[in-house]
Design a binder for this molecule. Sequence first.
Ligand SMILES: *[C@@H]1O[C@H](CO)[C@@H](O)[C@H](O)[C@H]1NC(C)=O
Ligand SMILES: *[C@@H]1O[C@H](CO)[C@@H](O)[C@H](O)[C@H]1NC(C)=O
Ligand SMILES: *[C@@H]1O[C@H](CO)[C@@H](O)[C@H](O)[C@H]1NC(C)=O
Ligand SMILES: *[C@@H]1O[C@H](CO)[C@@H](O)[C@H](O)[C@H]1NC(C)=O
Ligand SMILES: *[C@@H]1O[C@H](CO)[C@@H](O)[C@H](O)[C@H]1NC(C)=O
Ligand SMILES: *[C@@H]1O[C@H](CO)[C@@H](O)[C@H](O)[C@H]1NC(C)=O
Ligand SMILES: *[C@@H]1O[C@H](CO)[C@@H](O)[C@H](O)[C@H]1NC(C)=O
Ligand SMILES: *[C@@H]1O[C@H](CO)[C@@H](O)[C@H](O)[C@H]1NC(C)=O
Ligand SMILES: *[C@@H]1O[C@H](CO)[C@@H](O)[C@H](O)[C@H]1NC(C)=O
Ligand SMILES: *[C@@H]1O[C@H](CO)[C@@H](O)[C@H](O)[C@H]1NC(C)=O
Ligand SMILES: *[C@@H]1O[C@H](CO)[C@@H](O)[C@H](O)[C@H]1NC(C)=O
Ligand SMILES: *[C@@H]1O[C@H](CO)[C@@H](O)[C@H](O)[C@H]1NC(C)=O
Length: 642
Amino acid sequence: MVMVLLLLLLCCLMTLDCGATGEQSNTTYFVNSAVCKMPYVDPFTEDVLKIMTPKKLEKCRSDSDIIVAEYDFDMKVYRLHIREEQAVSWYKRNTTLECKYEKIVRDLINKQVDNSFRVLYRRTLTQDFLVPPDLHYALVHCAVVNGKEKRVIQSDGIAFVQDYDGRSSEELPEKIEEHPKPSVLIFGIDAMSRINLRRTMHKTFRYLQQPGWYTLQGLNKVGDNTLPNLLAMLTGYSAEDTDKICDVRKLGCFDKLPFIWKRFKDLNYTTAMAEDKMNISTFNYLKPGFIEQPVDYYLRPLLMAMMKTFNGSEFFDKNLCLGRHLTFAYLWDFAKQFIQRFIRTAKPMFGLFWTNSFSHDYFDMTFALDDLFVEYFKQFEGDGLFNRSIVILTSDHGMRYGYLRQITTGYLEERMPMFYIYLPPWFRRKYPRLVGNLVKNRNRLSSTFDIYMTLQHLLQLNSTKNADIQPMSATCPTCQSLFYRLPVNRTCEQAGITEKWCTCHPRVTVTMEPYARPMALAIIRQMNDDLVKKNLSDLCANFTLTNIIYLDHIIELNRNATADDSEQYYVIEFSTAPNIGIFEVTFSWINRTATLNMDINEISRLSIYAPDSKCVSDPISKKFCMCKNAIRINSLRAGTPN
Ligand SMILES: *[C@@H]1O[C@H](CO)[C@@H](O)[C@H](O)[C@H]1NC(C)=O
Ligand SMILES: *[C@@H]1O[C@H](CO)[C@@H](O)[C@H](O)[C@H]1NC(C)=O
Ligand SMILES: *[C@@H]1O[C@H](CO)[C@@H](O)[C@H](O)[C@H]1NC(C)=O
Ligand SMILES: *[C@@H]1O[C@H](CO)[C@@H](O)[C@H](O)[C@H]1NC(C)=O
Ligand SMILES: *[C@@H]1O[C@H](CO)[C@@H](O)[C@H](O)[C@H]1NC(C)=O
Ligand SMILES: *[C@@H]1O[C@H](CO)[C@@H](O)[C@H](O)[C@H]1NC(C)=O
Ligand SMILES: *[C@@H]1O[C@H](CO)[C@@H](O)[C@H](O)[C@H]1NC(C)=O
Ligand SMILES: *[C@@H]1O[C@H](CO)[C@@H](O)[C@H](O)[C@H]1NC(C)=O
Ligand SMILES: *[C@@H]1O[C@H](CO)[C@@H](O)[C@H](O)[C@H]1NC(C)=O
Ligand SMILES: *[C@@H]1O[C@H](CO)[C@@H](O)[C@H](O)[C@H]1NC(C)=O
Ligand SMILES: *[C@@H]1O[C@H](CO)[C@@H](O)[C@H](O)[C@H]1NC(C)=O
Ligand SMILES: *[C@@H]1O[C@H](CO)[C@@H](O)[C@H](O)[C@H]1NC(C)=O
């Protein structure tokens, strides 16, 4: 099967009338219980529509691949084919084509194993070369040679999903129903709320309305950025609780954590994991990554080699392209190979494929991805994925900064990641009660810890109640599989969601009250004290308040009547000088004593911080540092943001 990706030149039409196929448009709450009122968010409000621009996808390169890899299912071997006809435009008289390949491996000697790669050897490539089974990643180069003159005309990177044990190729039993353990493939789009999926990926959204797909409208995130939410989903631990096992900033810590793929591996699954953008990868962004390769099939060494070897400046967008194609395409092609290779084998598959290249920085860039995304799902369909596997499309959180975050619904949208799960026909027939429960849970409060329990459940389908599923989430013992009924009156606390991220409570705007300003000043004082405490006051300027954008009082629905009524929760958004910092803080306040209580590390920075914070490297400090050497705007003129 040819693995070359045909990049389609796509024109994104902004068709907004998907109401007929979608979620009811007159719902007012996603969750509506006595203790949780999670408001419905309209994806198509005027303030978003007016700035949203459909993006167009272009090819990274205009020429066609000279080298293509094909897997021969009869011979069980990869073959590299040189398409000489693709090189003729470079030929002059007497030129010949010369192609070479380099064997790439993870560099186990390097201290930063996950950020390294090694070229083991470089050899000349012959036509229809049979790839040896120990070659997992290769860089390939083709050059035109004319006497002593030699010019490289194409370079690329290729991953091979090789057999690593004979059992991977045992055939599947005839009846899938008799297979006790379903394959589980998780596809993730970083920073994508369910609302933004509907807003920017119309075709994908429509695809997800087909029979067999289920969603959760009451899913609430549990941590600020990607790592804590993925830790919850994949280990059942919060970031605070993994700290008790080891410090994730130290090399070797991630290797120790009980990632769910280890459980799948123990139960004889074939495992894969990959992300597309190397610099902002979940386990590598300002973190050291893994020492041991975490799964059987791991794309990172190849993409690392490509990123460090190839010069990206000739692409239409160097943030989206790598080598000769979209970084996203290398990732999804890897998933496709993994699926094609193992869909028909006796061992089930577990895969996590996480893309951030399109979605991380601009909320509407995913317009450009929509057609291609559906195209891949249709290819997976053709490979038989949906006939037998469980497929999850999910995210970590919504957009955390920029325009989308600053409009009124941004607060909610940030906290509402998407979750879609596909259950194949045999699963629906065999487990109708579990499916019924999942449907009931659609509009109940759920969290990423519940997704962890759901994955555990898929490994323990003989369980009869949630308590049978072991181990349970260490951080949230009241979290549970989504295949069992969630309580109607579930509180954020029961779902492992802290007050800061909880979207259950109604809010009343009190910006004009006289206590708003003392509250804002108290918070800013604490932020400045924190700069001193972290020894950053030489590098970072103190903050001063320029404007209170809003102050909301949180009406706690599950308020314990005997609790101290004088402590109240608020959300405030304000701007600061120098430059323009826009912050949002959830805090509690005791009026009688004017006591402020907040977790400084959980303050949200809504304005983009990259240009202000180059002088520090710690991810939390970056949010709170206006580098003294980067003051661009006169403090006095830094007015209200618009
Ligand atoms: C909208 O609300 C009305 C009244 O509550 C209800 O009858 C109708 O079915 C709802 N429509 C949808 C699409 O949910
Ligand atoms: C082409 O190659 C042949 C043999 O190497 C040589 O004799 C001839 O001069 C070359 N012609 C050109 C135009 O380089
Ligand atoms: C995994 O496979 C091995 C070898 O076929 C087998 O001995 C073992 O029982 C299997 N383990 C599980 C949990 O199925
Ligand atoms: C990614 O990181 C590499 C070094 O690890 C650096 O050379 C490169 O400029 C970075 N790229 C981006 C887009 O930040
Ligand atoms: C990358 O390519 C650009 C344009 O072709 C060139 O200006 C630049 O020097 C190249 N950089 C490297 C490191 O090769
Ligand atoms: C998947 O199932 C459908 C319906 O049963 C069938 O038509 C199709 O051929 C199957 N596809 C594969 C690749 O097995
Ligand atoms: C499910 O099966 C596993 C392995 O056979 C067993 O250890 C476990 O006790 C079973 N659980 C229940 C609830 O039957
Ligand atoms: C939820 O709480 C409300 C108010 O306390 C109560 O009336 C209702 O019966 C509860 N529902 C369930 C299913 O427990
Ligand atoms: C900055 O804030 C700290 C802590 O509140 C304070 O001690 C210090 O005097 C302030 N520096 C300036 C220049 O205002
Ligand atoms: C504080 O920072 C300064 C300069 O940024 C540095 O010289 C000093 O050693 C630091 N002190 C501590 C205790 O880290
Ligand atoms: C209310 O708070 C008291 C004291 O903190 C505690 O003992 C009690 O269990 C709480 N009740 C509920 C319903 O949470
Ligand atoms: C705080 O207390 C003062 C008087 O002590 C009172 O006037 C004011 O309304 C209170 N504010 C809130 C938000 O309770």
